[in-house]
Design a protein around this ligand. Structure first.
Ligand code: OSB
Ligand code: MG
Length: 407
């Protein structure tokens, strides 16, 4: 990809600072309305680490998107809590101590950079500082992530994920139900043996106008050993379905395999798990491993880095969309703010809270508009645009601890 503008580079955009002397780490548990299955495993209830930073300039909230088990990526809830407590929060507080005027969100990634990996844990702290800055300045997160004209959109098209289900009929019924709720874009999870029939049922239920995506979560293999099944031939059959894209068909590290597959398919290949940094994203595009980008700030370890990826995609005419990971009301609002970036050219995983949860930690995110055309309003108030509800937090919290700057 050709070099493009990098908003984080012009210091003015993010040169805010907030003083932070306490970080609260909170594990919440939200039962799911139904288990959510994917090729990497099934999530039955959503545990997440919520992060609150606080100090003389106010507070800010973040969410760590790591799932309960380390099967989608290597991070998971319990491990993220430990890494935050023992390694990341001490670095954040120490960096704050070195800057008496406070820490800007653009300083956070650098303060945490010597810790290898753990992007979701890192992104949660950056998000909390972004929220604190936004509240302090009266600026919504969407404006901080898309500071250049034309700026963020006021609403985003609603898109929803449908998990791996038992039969094509189940998929058809669920897709029809989601469309009736308003969704115009549906992402259906697939895995070897649960693909073509499931997607045909989805297409039949949704009709030709449904924006249909298939997410394989790295569950296919190209024919590398003699006699092994050739998944590429199976995936070529999906071309008949007019999918908006096929997401992450092969293993995360198999970029050449994705490039070969992309040459064989007419369906655009989109990567998720493979795209671990802005550099990895540009290289994957350059080598033809994908022609479309699923942007997830927690996977990149930084909301500002994710916004830079969207800038680059926009500048180079590459389609991109913002992906979710079953976020609670904190992470869901951040996802909406990122999805409002003009570089997010197609509908992503922007769904209502009730899609996954009966009770959320903050005011539920809701759809507006009719079948097939629903949208979600991008939070317009400062920062994330809402705080967790103390009563809901009390009911949903499993564990909480506070770490303070030592005097
Ligand atoms: O692969 O996009 C994925 C959920 C958890 C982890 C990874 C993924 C997902 C989803 C759900 O697909 C998307 C959503 O939150 O709506
Ligand atoms: Mg995915």
């Amino acid at each position: 990809m050709a070099p493009g503008p990098v908003p984080g580079d012009d210091a003015g955009s993010y040169a805010r600072a907030v003083r932070i002397d306490e970080v609260e780490l909170r594990v919440v548990l939200l039962p799911l309305v139904a288990p959510f299955g994917a090729a990497h495993g099934t999530v039955a209830s959503r545990t997440a680490v919520l992060v609150r930073v606080a100090g003389p300039d106010g507070e800010g909230w973040g969410e760590c998107s790591a799932l309960p088990e380390p099967t989608y990526t290597s991070e998971h809830t319990a491990g993220a809590l430990l890494v935050l407590r023992d390694h990341l929060v001490p670095r954040l507080l120490a960096a704050g101590g070195r800057h008496p005027a406070g820490l800007g969100a653009s300083d956070v990634a650098g303060a945490l950079a010597d810790v290898v990996g753990h992007p979701m844990a890192k992104a949660s702290l950056e998000l909390a500082v972004l929220d604190a800055e936004g509240r302090h300045d009266g600026r919504p997160l969407a404006a901080a992530l898309a500071p250049h004209p034309p700026g963020p959109s006021a609403s985003v098209p609603a898109g929803v994920a449908v998990g791996l289900l038992g039969s094509p009929d189940d998929v058809g019924h669920e897709v029809a139900a989601r469309i009736a709720e308003g969704y115009g874009r549906v992402k259906v999870k697939v895995a070897p043996g649960r693909d073509l029939d499931h997607l045909r049922a989805a297409r039949e239920a949704g009709g030709p106008h449904l924006v249909l995506v298939a997410d394989a979560n790295a569950s296919y293999r190209l024919d590398t050993e003699p006699g092994a099944p050739d998944d590429a031939r199976r995936l070529e059959e999906l071309d008949e379905l007019d999918l908006a894209c096929l997401e992450q068909p092969l293993a995360a590290d198999d970029l050449l395999g994705h490039a070969e597959l992309a040459r064989r398919l007419s369906t655009p290949v989109c990567l998720d798990e493979s795209l671990t940094s802005p550099t990895a994203t540009e290289q994957a595009l350059d080598m033809g491993a994908c022609s479309m980008v699923c942007v997830k700030a927690p996977r990149y370890g930084s909301w500002l880095a994710a916004a830079r990826v969207l800038d680059r995609c926009q500048g180079n005419g590459v389609d991109a969309w913002v992906g979710g990971m079953l976020e609670t009301g904190v992470g869901r609002r951040a996802l909406l703010a990122l999805a409002a970036h003009p570089g997010a050219t197609i509908a992503g995983d922007a769904s209502a809270s009730v899609r996954f949860f009966t009770a959320d930690v903050a005011e539920p995110v809701v759809l507006r508009g009719g079948p097939g055309t629903a949208e979600i309003a991008v939070p317009a108030a400062a920062g994330l645009g809402a705080s967790p509800d103390p009563g809901a937090l009390d009911r949903l919290t499993e564990h909480v601890e506070r770490i303070r700057t030592s005097p």
